[in-house]
Design a protein around this ligand. Structure first.
Ligand code: DON
Length: 576
């Protein structure tokens, strides 16, 4: 029954008080009065009644699920899963990066966002990178993850901090079984040339050379030690003392100082709030562009009545592409860290969306050049990771965090077993210089000391009358916003099932480059549609590109929780 695992099946072994073997571990005896845990398999759907965690890593989802079963709430589970992902999904799960967590506390509370985006070190100025080609060591932003998770825990958590970090310590110390995706990713990235990756090669490379294979066990003793310190001493252990010293000392000609680390603070912010067809949509505010962009797009699409046409018709895809194109112009012009500049409030208003909608030609593509002639966008990496959590009281967490590129810049802190981000690359690094290869030099997102670089991460929570209906997000750089848009439209506009909403082929347009990328291989029955799009004036990339990895949770009106692990990169949904 691949793809559909239904919870609440009583396991006979519970009745005799023995541990109950799920496909991923053993339910402790103490839980023998609990409902059976659903098993795990790749790309699965689970249907449960109490709570669920869906992430790219089955082990990390199981860690969060176990926290829920022990009486932890959604934030407790999110903290535990985030630390676990730093062990089991090393290309993007992290303690050396940053991200955004949207928390809905349940019972009609206004959601909040924990912003733990990295900051520019004090020594970084607008022209610091103007000469171009900075080393990976200089691209490291001050990491936010540990303080972000601690802030979320301080504000909402129920279980002790140490209990939430320890599962990750155990996974690092005892090791975990590599699946094909993780094994291949490590093999590929340790093999790439470059001295900056020497420490990563020592730590993550297979001892004695050779390649990791699916089923091998990866033990990370130094990471276990680092996480153990964080478990015992809290976030200070990371931002001050030996770990902070090691970060600074690992960066040759790096910009980060001990003062930058000690001074880093995560922030609680109000989410961006929009409505779509009577649903409330909450996403992260600047320094992420995700919340504003997805709400702006939904507002425009609400005027365009997509449902008059089929979801994968050329007409619908055209209207979505033209909406994406225009919203990405606003992103480049106006968005950056709102603590450093003013962002026009009208971007998320219905009136402004009506104007945009009225400018879209329903039959012809607009050339991106015609919307603004002087700006091009920076190139971003393609690895980040998102997970979704809901608990039995309706508290929900939507969390996306990243090292920016896959394994960041492959810079590992010496002797401490964790990777650093290369997030400074998300700033507009060369002021005033724009070119057709992908640079952007506009002011909104230029470097300043302490400033947060603009992000596309878009963890969202959708509610209806105060009840969570959907939790979603994705990796994928700028494509994240469009991936989330596709899943939300599938569900809220086309009423697709949870599985179909995540599975359906996705499209992407980010203004520049002026081309549409699509999961065209999944659209094989729709070659006529692609041809129609081309006839409307769109350049549709002939190369199919897999887009995003939306590890999502949906809640049906009768309370059933549907966890949907996206099949694109494998993943695990765990619930009870
Ligand atoms: O914050 C951002 O938008 C980027 N640093 C995210 C990079 C990313 O998603 C790469 N991922 N798949």
């Amino acid at each position: 029954m691949r793809g559909r695992l239904v919870g609440w099946l009583m396991c006979s072994c519970l009745a005799v008080g023995a541990g109950c073997q799920s496909s991923r571990g053993t339910v402790p005896r103490a839980l023998s009065n609990q409902p059976t845990l659903s098993g795990l398999s790749e790309g699965q759907t689970i249907e449960v009644r109490h709570g669920a965690v869906v992430s790219v890593s089955p082990d990390a989802s199981a860690v969060g699920r176990d926290v829920l079963v022990r009486g932890g709430n959604a934030v407790d589970a999110a903290v535990a899963s985030a630390f676990a992902l730093a062990v089991t999904w090393p290309e993007a799960g992290n303690i050396g990066g940053g991200g955004f967590m949207v928390v809905y506390a349940g019972k009609g509370a206004v959601p909040v966002v924990v912003d733990y985006r990295e900051t520019a070190p004090a020594a970084a100025k607008a022209d610091t990178f103007a000469a171009g080609r900075p080393t990976q060591h200089r691209l490291v932003g001050v990491p936010g993850t540990v303080r972000g998770l601690a802030l979320a825990h301080e504000k909402f958590g129920k279980l002790p901090w140490k209990e939430l970090v320890m599962p990750a310590v155990r996974l690092a110390k005892e090791g975990f079984e590599l699946n094909k995706d993780v094994a291949e990713a490590i093999n590929e990235y340790v093999a790439k040339p470059g001295d900056e990756a020497n420490e990563m090669r020592r730590v993550l490379g297979k001892s004695g050379g050779g390649k990791w294979a699916s089923g091998d066990r990866l033990v990370q003793a130094e990471l276990a030690e680092t996480l153990g310190r964080i478990a015992e001493e809290g976030p200070k252990a990371f931002y001050e003392g030996a770990i902070a010293d090691a970060i600074v000392e690992s960066l040759d000609e790096g910009l980060i100082t001990r003062a930058d680390l000690a001074g880093y603070r995560a922030k609680v912010r109000e989410p961006i709030h929009g409505t779509f067809r009577g649903f409330d949509v909450y996403g992260p505010p600047p320094p992420s562009s995700g919340g504003i962009c997805v709400v702006e797009m939904l507002n425009v699409l609400e005027y365009l009545n997509l449902r008059e046409n089929e979801r994968l018709s050329a007409k619908t895809l055209h209207l979505m592409i033209e909406t994406m194109r225009r919203v990405f112009v606003d992103r480049a012009k106006f968005l950056g860290d709102a603590d450093f500049m003013k962002i026009p409030a009208e971007l998320t208003s219905k009136e402004y969306a009506a104007q945009i909608a009225s400018q879209i030609n329903p039959l012809r593509a607009t050339a991106s050049e015609d919307l603004a002639t002087d700006i091009r966008l920076v190139k971003e990496g393609t690895q980040t990771t998102h997970f979704s959590v809901i608990d039995a009281d309706g508290m929900a967490v939507s969390n996306t965090y990243t090292l920016e590129q896959r394994f960041g810049g492959r810079v590992m802190v010496r002797g401490k077993g964790f990777l650093l981000n290369n997030e400074m690359g998300d700033f507009n690094l060369q002021p005033g210089i724009t070119d057709r290869q992908g640079k952007i030099g506009t002011a909104a997102n230029q470097v300043a000391p302490g400033k947060r670089m603009l992000s596309s991460m878009t963890p969202v929570i959708v509610t209806k009358d105060g009840r969570v209906v959907m939790i979603c997000g994705s990796p994928g750089g700028r494509t994240i916003i469009n991936t989330v848009l596709c899943v939300v439209i599938n569900r809220l506009e086309y009423h697709m099932s949870p599985r179909e909403s995540v599975d359906a082929p996705r499209i992407n347009m980010t203004w520049f480059p002026d081309k549409v990328t699509a999961e065209a291989d999944m659209l094989k029955d729709h070659s006529a549609t692609l041809e129609q799009l081309r006839n409307m004036g769109h350049y549709v990339d002939p190369k199919p590109a897999r887009q995003g990895d939306a590890q999502s949770i949906f809640v049906e009106s009768d309370g059933r929780i549907i966890g949907v692990a996206d099949k694109r990169r494998g993943g695990g949904a765990a619930g009870y």
